[in-house]
Design a protein around this ligand. Structure first.
Ligand code: ADP
Ligand code: MG
Length: 331
């Protein structure tokens, strides 16, 4: 190792590291590997198997004292199943690996499993295995999820076409505002509790993803885990395209608008830069958009992007810059 040239991960960034991995481990012919919400493995049956895995680390993704174990179990399953929804697949099975400190109470573990099972059963994903180990510090949770779809129908990040409309399946920013409310210790009136629930108990958009993937004209799709400002560039980079986004068209819940007005907070950073909404972000041919049978909001359109140096996103209606979440950058 040449230490003079060695850089830290904070200079590379989370996505720089993933890009480095992607270049080193190109997927074999016929398989889709690193870079999308799931890997796609075609089966002899003609159907495709979808696989994804996500980790939740105490201190990074959750604070043990703040999140009820039921919610943590629910969320661990939900964020993984969301990646199957992102491809337009149906979840089939999960594998749960846990590293737990020895002094953790069994009541905590039981509640965690109750939340995990409640969410998984709702979406038909059976727990089929995993791994269990002690942890010297903190709780680490890793879930792997399997899903399936008819061969060739999975929606990738790389399929956005010029002229497509950019759409989201539901409101943006509730989860991020819920997190802010937890961190600031805001009094939990009905509005604040509803936002906190959105943060703790996200619902993956599985049925919506299935319907979208069955619709000709729906091209690129992903789930919103890191925030629109961070996630939309993944579609644009994978597709070699740009986008114009109208910030006035971003769907905001009444609850979010009420709370932001009351506290005199700008909703935009929550809607654009906040993560964990787990709504679907997709692009669709304008002719097909009118007939979509999934509730959605049109927030912009796909435009050409002629070179790497050309700006990829034009945010109309704001002159502020937003960025999403990167695990190696903390500001
Ligand atoms: P998501 O937010 O949808 O979970 P990520 O941003 O975590 O997606 O990951 C993006 C892509 O990079 C995915 O295809 C994922 O499988 C891949 N990836 C992330 N970390 C690793 C790793 N350590 N090794 C191999 N692939 C990885
Ligand atoms: Mg995803």
């Amino acid at each position: 190792m040449d230490t003079a040239k060695d850089k830290t991960l904070s200079s590379l960034g989370e996505f720089g590291l993933i890009e480095r991995l992607r270049q080193r481990f190109p997927a074999p012919e016929g398989l889709t590997g690193i870079g999308d919400d799931c890997a796609i493995l075609p089966q002899q049956s003609g159907r495709d198997t979808l696989v994804s895995t996500d980790m939740l680390i105490e201190g990074t993704h959750f604070l043990r004292g703040d999140i009820p174990p039921y919610a943590l179990g629910w969320k661990s399953a939900a964020v993984n199943i969301s990646d199957i929804a992102a491809m337009g697949g149906r979840p089939t099975a999960t594998f749960l690996s846990l590293a737990l400190p020895a002094d953790l109470g069994t009541a905590w573990v039981d509640e965690f499993f109750r939340g995990y099972t409640t969410l998984s059963k709702r979406f038909g994903a059976a727990l089929l295995g995993g791994d269990t180990t002690g942890s010297p510090r903190g709780i680490c949770i890793n879930v792997a999820v399997l899903g399936e779809c008819p061969g060739g129908t999975a929606r990738k990040r790389s399929d956005a076409r010029e002229g497509d409309l950019v759409c989201v399946s539901g409101n943006l920013g509730d989860s991020a505002l819920g997190l802010r409310a937890i961190l600031e210790g805001l009094e939990r009136d009905a509005d604040i509790q509803a936002l906190i629930d959105r943060h703790y108990l996200p619902l993956p958009r599985v049925e919506e993803g299935l319907r979208l993937a069955a619709t000709t004209g729906v091209h690129a799709m992903m789930d919103l885990s890191d925030g629109l400002a961070s996630d939309l560039p993944h579609i644009l980079e994978a597709s070699g395209k740009g986008a114009e986004i109208d910030t006035a068209a971003l769907p905001l819940s009444d609850t979010l608008q009420r709370v932001c007005t009351r506290l005199d907070w700008d909703p935009l950073p929550f809607a654009l830069g906040g993560g964990e909404d787990y709504e679907l972000l997709f692009t669709v041919d304008p002719d097909a958009e009118k007939d979509l049978d999934v509730p959605h909001s049109v927030i912009g359109k796909i435009i050409p992007c002629h070179s790497e140096r050309t700006r990829r996103i034009y945010w109309h209606g704001t002159n502020r810059a937003f960025s999403g979440f990167d695990h190696f950058h903390r500001d």
